[in-house]
Write a protein that binds this ligand. Sequence first.
Ligand code: ADP
Length: 471
Amino acid sequence: MRLSIRWRLAVIIAAAMVVTLLAILIVMRITLENTLRSDLDSDLTGDYEQVQAQVIAISGPFDQAALRDIANDHGGTSSGSAFVIFRETDGSFSAVTGNLEPEPYDLTPDEVPRVLDGEVLHETVTTGGVDTRVRTSRLMDRGQPIGIVQVATDAEFINDVVSDVQQVLVVVGIIGIAFAIIIGYWLARGAVRPLEHVAAVAAQIEAEGLDRRIRARNVPAEIQRLSDTFDAMLDRIEKAFGQQRDFVLDMSHELRTPLAALRGNIDVMLLDETIDAETRDQLERMSREVQRLVRLATNLLFSAHAEAGREVERRPVDLDVLVLEVCRQAKTLRPEVKVRIADEDQVTVNGDYDLLKQLVLNLLDNALKYSPAGGEVTVSISGDQREARVVVADQGPGIAADQLPHIFERMYRAEDGKRRTTGAGLGLSISDWIARAHAGRIVVESVAGKGSTFTLVLPREEAAASPATAT
Ligand code: ADP
């Protein structure tokens, strides 16, 4: 699944926040621990100085009892639960505050000489899960080291403070991340909206036409550039389409006149009864091909009209007269197929004579084209109060169910390899446009192998009052 820009931005912001928060947590922890520890160490140095002063001030014999007194006396120094351990110069234990066990605080053999040389050791010792901070240094009397003294205090509060601050930071951080996601999503939505507008216009162009533009205003500079470039591209495409449509319009119009003249001349030649059978046959074939060319040029012309959104004329048209004329004309297209007129009701509709004629001619031409030699094409015209119907039925190969939904598409030609028919796949798409421009429709019923029936349904005069343009 692909994340939208909005979610991507929100996730990136959240991830950045998490990383920042972790970094803050680590830095905070180290700094806080160090600060608290060095505070504690300076407290312990104060304690040590007191102890050292007391040792020097001993007036009586300097023995274990005296040291124990000082150590015990030290139970309540500034650092609270402090305690003191006295050691001999070899590191062995000599006296301690109360009855504390001195073992956990023992010095390693290499630490003893270092301390006696003047080094001060600070370390944290954990006993029974509790941290204690210990300061170890030598004990001096008249410039000579006379032993070792360890002052210590409870350091557990450092862990407590650090974990409290950590908890607060985590809670604040989670709330911050949630806010960041919401704000990131919201900001991204604002930024992406103009892009969605571009996409919506692009989608409408397919559905509505090339005259739509984005015309973005008051948007960020990048989106403005995108919008302007897109609009400029649409201008060019619209112009190119217009030129192509004009070209098709002009060419098909120009083609029709000489083709009609050619056909007229061939028909005049066919009137000559003295021509031999072979010449007649060839002339008839030429006439049929020219008729097909005229039909193709007319379909092209009307398709250009459809694209240009031409409005159809609204004049009363006698459908029966029109269909009879088309049948007469189409009969010569394939003399080996019989055209039979079944019903011939007198029906009038409102519409464009030339367009409707082309529509019926397209249906009939297809029926003849796809019929087997010796077959029959049946045409009937009928009508009731609301609708007029022209039915063209053939005994051809029919149309497979999976191809039926596509036959009205432009340039669609269903070929199964066996049928080799001429055509551009334009006829039915133009016919469909003509029918819809007259507020009507074409209904197809077809059984593969048995034949096809195309029914043109048009509203009658009153019903067809609303003007229609191409869609
Ligand atoms: P074409 O110029 O190729 O005939 P059309 O738009 O008139 O183009 O028809 C589209 C397709 O519909 C044809 O290629 C053909 O496969 C199918 N078709 C149309 N009419 C018939 C019919 N009467 N019988 C069988 N197939 C038909």
